[in-house]
Design a protein around this ligand. Structure first.
Ligand SMILES: *Cc1c(COP(=O)(O)O)cnc(C)c1O
Length: 425
């Protein structure tokens, strides 16, 4: 399947029905699964056989859709989570514990910033934030003996900085830790971080993958390339016996390709239960079937709106990596040759107050805490998603108080531009 084009994978990967079976991925709406003997079921509990016993850990509908996402990203294994937040938490907590340290780009989604800086800190996991623009020496200096992961976003929400994935991967690997990349905004249609050295890829499938604002969800993909055994002392959870499964060693039993996702499912899903409902996985799969058709239109609308805003006298600054004038244009040409996404951010003359009055006048673009669906929407991060950040943190994250984020949907670009033009008048 990985030799096929991205469009064929969007439509076909992950589920191949047998003779007379349903053409569409079936929704297995069942909490539990029946076995003939306790012995059969016992093998599942010992991880001696693969199969299903309880939907808090695994469900066949989810696994079909996760297999599609693994194929899209070029990974060896994947799992669905209840949200993007759960995906990023699981991806990091699967290899970090009390006393660990993470190096993360400061230019990331507000929810992820909070998760790492506040909630994971309460679990005894420290973080050092680095600028996405930091050079190799600065990145190296952020690492400590107890660093267990490096984290960044391909295109940051909402700052729209582009991550130099190769540079981050090189530094992470020099310190014997994996690079985790949140690839929500470009989706694997526009960038596949594993091809540039990322080890673990995460998604809020709530965004373009679903694409219709219908189902909250997340996904974790393992490249299957990181050699846990070569850094065994750093990752005891993968390289030492798991007493809760009769002493199995994940990295030995499941290899580089399977260890990460198997451990994440059998420990974190078992204990936290943040699984995506099979209904939502089904809806997500409908979105994935047209992802390769929708992304180019989001990019086309994003670029058209960015170009219009750039030429308007009331607009101070436009962030859109597809614009030649953008600070991240060179990185975008390398990592996002077909464009990035439909999200554009910009600053109006007059700051926060001007942003609020502009947004009120929009007729097509609605004010929503959302991005990346078929309908255009907008938001002022400083008064919504990033409310809990101080002005200094906002500045470090590249989000001035007056910034407006507009997520261009799938409408006609001429109508979007006309709407923005009348609101700017
Ligand atoms: C929305 C988002 C998240 C969080 O995802 P949810 O599905 O809302 O939990 C994480 N990362 C990025 C880049 C996002 O845009």
């Amino acid at each position: 399947m990985n030799n096929q084009g991205i469009g064929t994978r969007c439509v076909q990967a992950g589920y191949t029905p047998g003779n007379g079976e349903p053409r569409q991925v079936p929704i297995i709406q069942s909490t539990t699964f029946k076995y003939d003997t306790s012995e059969d079921m016992g093998k599942l509990f010992d991880l001696e056989a693969s199969g299903y016993f309880y939907t808090r850990l695994q469900n066949p509908t989810n696994d079909h859709v996760a297999a599609k996402i693994a194929a899209l990203e070029g990974g060896s294994a994947a799992m669905l989570t209840s949200s993007g937040q759960a995906a990023n938490f699981f991806a990091l907590f699967n290899i970090c514990e009390c006393g660990s340290h993470i190096v993360a780009s400061s230019s990331i989604y507000g929810g992820t910033f909070n998760l790492i800086a506040v909630t994971m800190a309460k679990m005894g996991i420290e973080v050092t934030f680095v600028s996405p623009d930091a050079d190799e020496d600065e990145l190296n200096a952020a690492f400590k003996d107890n660093t267990r992961a490096m984290f960044g976003e391909t295109i940051a929400n909402p700052a729209l900085t582009v991550l130099d994935i190769e540079k981050f991967a090189k530094v992470a690997h020099a310190h014997g830790v994996p690079l985790v990349v949140d690839n929500t905004f470009p989706t694997p249609v526009n960038c596949r971080p594993i091809e540039w050295g990322a080890d673990i890829v995460t998604h809020s499938t709530t965004k373009y993958m679903d694409g219709h604002g219908a189902a909250v969800g997340g996904a974790i993909v393992d490249a299957g390339k990181f050699d846990w055994m070569a850094h065994a002392d750093k990752f005891p959870g993968l390289t030492q016996p798991d007493e809760s499964y009769h002493g199995i060693v994940y990295a030995e039993k499941f290899g580089k390709e399977g260890a990460f996702i198997t451990k994440c499912t059998s420990q974190l899903m078992r204990d936290f239960g943040c699984i995506q409902s099979p209904q939502n996985a089904f809806i997500l799969n409908l979105g994935l079937e047209s992802l390769h058709v929708r992304m180019p239109k989001h990019v086309e609308n994003g670029l058209a709106v960015a170009r219009f805003l750039e030429g308007h006298k009331k607009v101070v600054k436009v962030n859109y990596p597809g614009l030649e004038s953008d600070k991240y244009h060179e990185l975008a040409k390398k990592y996002l040759p077909n464009g990035g996404c439909g999200v554009v951010s910009f600053e109006l003359e007059g700051g926060r107050a001007a942003a609020e009055s502009f947004m009120k006048k929009l007729k097509i673009a609605a004010i929503e805490t959302h991005v990346a669906d078929a309908r255009t929407c907008c938001l002022n991060p400083a008064t919504s998603t990033h409310r809990q950040l101080t002005d200094e943190q906002l500045e470090a994250a590249g989000i001035p108080a007056g910034l407006i984020r507009i997520s261009c949907g799938l409408e006609d670009s001429a109508d979007l531009i006309a709407d923005i033009a009348q609101a700017l008048e």
